[in-house]
Design a protein around this ligand. Structure first.
Ligand code: UD2
Length: 307
């Protein structure tokens, strides 16, 4: 069995690659290393890495013909709401067009695949008041990022229906854990916070800290992706989350206890496009056999312990 993971040198992608290799798969990675790092790739014997932009259509088409992957995981993306507001055309070309082009090629050439998994985001739900978010809750994509994720989901699912392709989408909530790159201002807040604790730097808090997120540890995310891969899913969406709502203020408090340090906080205005509250209903995933193995405390302890 062979899997193609776009964005496979990134945070979530590289954990997925490790897991797939452990399951006995050969893996092909396409990553332009814009956020990823070759250091994240282990098991070199079972992984072929191509440093390439997913927008390179000719390259992708040749790769698909040559490698004929059974499973395709589309994780390559510019994974930031704020970034998409600053450079919408570029994020659109990666977060939407590159996925669409691959799907269209698979359809045209009738490439035999066992699963095409597109990674979407909780961003599609926007700021609507219903909580927790269910997969069939109303959506309100507010940023170019969220609009791209949602429209791409719709293509992925519609192509699944129209052409009987085994497509599925996941909506990631806030994934965290070892290997998350803290170097960009748009990096995940827990990677930034961890670095601040580690290097005794001040943490910039956007807003009053009352905004909430559903933080899910990377190992649980990989568990979810594999369950979805190996289950009989069809043209549907799954939330991937922990199912608990935590405010940034609480997180800081929990982390201070774990790290046995106080952190200096610099307060700033809310970030444009920021979601106020976010938490998922994960019943759909639970029905596939998913159980969250990592509480926030355990996850943060493990993350901090590995620093
Ligand atoms: C996450 C995803 C994003 C998208 C979105 C959907 C990450 C990195 N991003 O964005 O891709 O799926 O969810 O809603 O997972 N914050 C600070 N200080 C910092 C950094 C962040 O206060 O230095 C705040 C930020 O303003 C936000 C919260 O922390 O209120 C979480 O920020 P984030 O960038 O980790 O994730 P989010 O939810 O904006």
């Amino acid at each position: 069995m062979k899997a193609l993971v776009t964005g496979g040198a990134g945070f979530i992608g590289s954990h997925l690659v490790d897991y797939l290799v452990e399951q006995g798969l050969d893996v092909v990675v396409v990553d332009d290393l814009s956020m990823g790092d070759l250091k994240n790739i282990h098991h070199q014997d079972h992984v072929d890495v191509y440093i390439e932009d997913v927008r390179n259509k000719e390259f992708i088409q040749q790769l698909l013909q040559r490698e004929k992957p059974d499973y395709i995981y589309f994780l390559a993306a510019i994974a930031s709401v704020a970034d998409s507001i600053e450079r919408p055309a570029e994020t659109h070309s990666i977060n939407h067009t590159a996925v669409f082009d691959m799907l269209e090629y698979i359809r045209k050439t009738e490439l035999p695949i066992k699963k095409f998994l597109f990674t979407s985001s909780a961003a599609v739900y926007g700021n609507l008041p219903e909580l927790p978010k269910k997969e069939d809750s109303r959506v309100d994509p507010l940023s170019p990022y969220a609009i791209d994720k949602y429209s791409t989901e719709r293509f992925v699912l519609a192509y699944g229906n129209l052409y009987d392709l085994p497509t599925v989408c996941v909506r990631f909530f806030n994934v965290y854990g070892p290997g998350q790159n803290p170097s960009s201002p748009y990096s995940g807040v827990l990677s930034i916070l961890t670095e601040c604790f580690d290097k005794n730097k001040a943490f910039t808090l956007y807003g009053d800290g009352k905004q909430t997120r559903d933080f899910v540890y990377i190992d649980d995310v990989i568990q979810a992706l594999w369950l979805i891969t190996t289950s009989k899913t069809k043209h549907e969406v799954f939330n991937v989350a922990n199912g608990h709502e935590t405010s940034l203020n609480s997180i800081i408090h929990i982390y201070e206890k774990i790290a046995h340090k106080r952190i200096k906080i610099q307060k700033c205005d809310y970030r444009i496009g920021d979601v106020k509250r976010s938490v998922a209903n994960i019943n759909k995933l639970t029905k596939l056999g998913y159980t969250t193995k990592w509480t926030l405390e355990d996850g943060l302890n493990s993350y901090w312990g590995g620093i």
